[in-house]
Design a protein around this ligand. Structure first.
Ligand SMILES: Nc1nc2c(c(=O)[nH]1)N[C@H]1C(S)=C(S)[C@@H](COP(=O)(O)O)O[C@H]1N2
Ligand SMILES: [Mo]
Length: 168
């Protein structure tokens, strides 16, 4: 092996060891064709309703393997929150508010949106996530999954059952 190859191999091994358990990688899954509405986007006076098909067909899908602190575990597939916001002009908002079907609500300001890679998961092990199991849309920070599970980081912004996203 030449020096360069040896160095490259060492770097790859080091990266594999150091890589966070739950990284996001582009998915090879086929986008959904389920067209029932799952989420409403609100911006000014405009409201748009999106289905899983609308979300998955217009954006790059990512996979991440993690154990969610509420129990569900496996390969989650979804879109980057940032991509979804950009696709619908909500990246211009000062902050966005996400609300769940249970009324739980969070705000994310632009800085927070930029700071962390958030996955809006639409599937678990290839299947849509049932409404009675935190679905159909779950927001997560894959890079912090292990810390979340260990109770070492705040998970107040891991909102599940997201039904509304509005800009303000
Ligand atoms: N839809 C929804 N998402 C939610 C919550 C909730 O009540 N509803 N609770 C949040 C909070 S405050 C925390 S600490 C974690 C874990 O919530 P739990 O302790 O109520 O299980 O999930 C977050 N995501
Ligand atoms: Mo909480």
């Amino acid at each position: 092996m030449t020096g360069t190859w040896r160095w490259l191999l060492a770097a790859m091994v080091a990266w594999t060891i150091a890589a966070p358990a739950a990284e996001m990688t582009p998915s090879e899954r086929e986008p959904s064709d389920a067209d029932e509405p799952v989420v409403t986007l609100v911006q000014g006076g405009d409201e748009t309703t999106l289905s899983l098909a609308d979300i998955e067909q217009s954006l790059t899908l990512f996979d991440t393997e993690l154990e969610h602190f509420e129990g569900p575990s496996g390969t989650f597939t979804g879109v980057r929150l940032r991509d979804l916001l950009a696709e619908h002009g909500l990246d211009e908002a000062r902050r966005v508010r996400l609300t769940g079907s249970d009324g739980y609500t969070i705000f994310l300001d632009r800085e927070e949106i930029e700071a962390k890679e958030r996955l809006l998961a639409t599937r678990l092990d290839g299947e849509p996530i049932p409404a009675d199991a935190f679905g159909p849309l779950m927001l997560m920070v894959p890079a912090e999954a292990d810390a979340a599970l260990a109770g070492e980081t705040s998970v107040t912004k891991w909102i599940w059952a997201v039904t509304t996203i509005s800009g303000s």
